[in-house]
Design a protein around this ligand. Structure first.
Ligand code: SF4
Length: 291
């Protein structure tokens, strides 16, 4: 019986951006040299929100967030140790009350697996927050994002074709037999100021930093979600092929995984593998010299 590959939403994104980079990280377990401060802030905020939605205690939320930050050691630890608690307070003041009027929380960080093809792929991940719509009793899935205002606008303009939300919708359908009523992205926008006092003040007091993008699971969105699932199966088939190839022939087999050189320089920074990239490809050697 073939062993399916387990893939998360972020792995699909990583594979789409550069299949070889995905191979380095997921198949060879190599770490890139990159700044992960943004990710650490996001993870700490997630941990804090999870605790707050479970217990209603802001003290416990702060504790969970600070613990995550101390463990992950971002380079700007002093700044984020003050900012994240302020963002949690802002979220609790400006988003949670209106959310609770309409929805009743069911679970936080709900683990899921969805198997659209038993031989090829098992899609897995966490749903940040699942809630019941109070009026209809239907399930709804929410995902937290800590982002810039620009990233929020980009996602807002492409919501109807958001693959992550599509994956939540199909996972719900496979797990529970029916589509959720809606899937949504909940944003805590990071204040721009580098002055920690100003940033914290804004995080606590500016309601416009807390926004929600809601996608109703209409027949049209459901159709899109099923198309995403079909495409995921095709992608996973390739990922599985490379996984098995590397398992059989060793790390050098990563050279057979296509490289996306358009992605080496992205969002203002160079790929973490660009210097000393583990491939003998001339394009990588040039990047190494340039570094
Ligand atoms: S340097 Fe470019 S091609 Fe090589 S792994 Fe990074 S993004 Fe992919």
């Amino acid at each position: 019986m073939p062993v399916p590959i387990e893939v998360s939403d972020s792995q699909f994104k990583s594979y789409q951006a550069c299949p070889r980079k995905w191979g380095y990280v997921k198949l060879l377990d190599l770490r890139q040299d990159e700044n992960k401060d943004s990710m650490h802030l996001g993870n700490a905020f997630h941990d804090g929100m999870e605790e707050y939605m479970k217990t209603g205690s802001m003290d416990k939320a702060h504790e969970a967030a600070i613990k995550a930050l101390i463990e992950s050691k971002p380079t700007n630890l002093d700044y984020v140790k003050m900012l994240v608690p302020s963002m949690l307070i802002g979220m609790a003041l400006h988003w949670v009350p209106s959310f609770l009027k309409e929805f009743e929380p069911v679970s936080t960080e709900e683990w899921f697996t969805s198997t659209p093809n038993e031989e090829i792929v098992r899609i897995r991940g966490f749903k940040d927050l699942v809630a019941k719509h109070r009026q209809t009793g239907q399930r709804c899935v929410f995902d937290y994002k800590t982002s810039s205002d620009m990233y929020f606008r980009t996602l807002a303009s492409t919501l109807e074709s958001n693959n992550q939300l599509a994956r939540y919708a199909t996972a719900e359908r496979r797990q529970y037999g029916s589509w959720p009523m809606l899937v949504a992205l909940v944003f805590a926008i990071k204040p721009k100021s580098k002055d920690v006092g100003v940033a914290c003040e804004n995080a606590r007091c500016d309601p416009s930093l807390y926004r929600m993008l809601v996608q109703q699971v209409t027949p049209k969105f459901a159709e899109f979600a099923l198309a995403v699932e079909q495409n995921d199966i095709l992608m996973a088939q390739q990922m599985k092929f490379y996984r098995d190839l590397v398992a059989e022939r060793g790390p050098q087999a990563c050279d057979y995984i296509p490289a996306n050189f358009d992605n080496c320089f992205n969002y203002g920074s160079m790929c973490g593998f660009a210097q000393g990239c583990h491939s003998a490809h001339p394009a990588h050697q040039n990047l190494k010299k340039a570094g």
